[in-house]
Design a protein around this ligand. Sequence first.
Ligand code: B1M
Length: 212
Amino acid sequence: MDILQELSKSLQKGDADRVAELTQEAIDERLESKRILDDGLIAGMAVIGERFKKHEIFLPEVLFAAKAMYAGMDLLKPLLIKEGIPTIGKVVIGTVQGDLHDIGKNLVAIMLKGAGFEVIDLGNDVPPERFIEAAQKEAAEVIGMSALLTTTMPVMKKVIDLAKERGIYGKTKIIVGGAPLSSAYAKEIGADAYCYDGLNAVDCVKGFVGVG
Ligand code: B1M
């Protein structure tokens, strides 16, 4: 088994210590950090998602896998964030109210930081008001919202409606992402863009601030 397959398997077992060891080994072997992330950590989490869906595993296993994912991400983070790049814009990001899934949002934040953006991360379970207040206080160019549950997707529309009410809609661009989202849904609720992953989010945001 190659190191990335072993990494994926260890994540599936929820073995955070082994995930940290293998991630470090992969880094020491100079594997590309994006490959370690995609083919090791994210690949393992995709299997967990499938198995959870089929009721082959339950929430505690998913939680252990998420902890293991963070053990790997903590080591990759400094590599994904390139140092010393000047800030090219501000992004307020968070997972919407009622939703505790933050792994994808954190990855997007890391990618944006790596591309030179200042990221104000509001965390998860973020009420609409906080997105708008933070964007206004920080004079952010972009608000980024993440949702992983079909039941929390509608909160994104509440944030957009509030942005309209407060007069920042159109000035502050709004991007949305997360597994259940789509371009069609983003259009329907009035978001400026749907981004399918971190790199795509970087491209969108660069387009909005006119760089790249
Ligand atoms: Co939950 N969960 N979960 N979960 N969980 C899902 C999302 C689910 C699809 C599992 C399934 O049934 N197959 C399902 C949702 C079903 C639905 O709504 N259609 C589900 C459910 C049902 C639940 C609970 C309701 C379970 C329960 O309690 N009965 C519960 C809800 C809790 C809550 O939020 N209120 C719950 C809880 C949890 C844990 C806490 C145990 C844990 C989260 C831990 C954490 O995040 N700290 C968890 C996990 C880990 C998952 C799965 C297995 C993995 C999610 C993940 O981290 N993926 C997930 C199944 C799956 O997605 N395959 C599942 C890896 C991550 C890198 O991908 O988040 O998609 P993702 O992010 C991607 C893109 O989507 C995109 O870029 C990222 C990088 O490529 N992206 C953006 C995301 N946000 C973006 C924002 C952007 C741009 C791109 O711009 C701003």
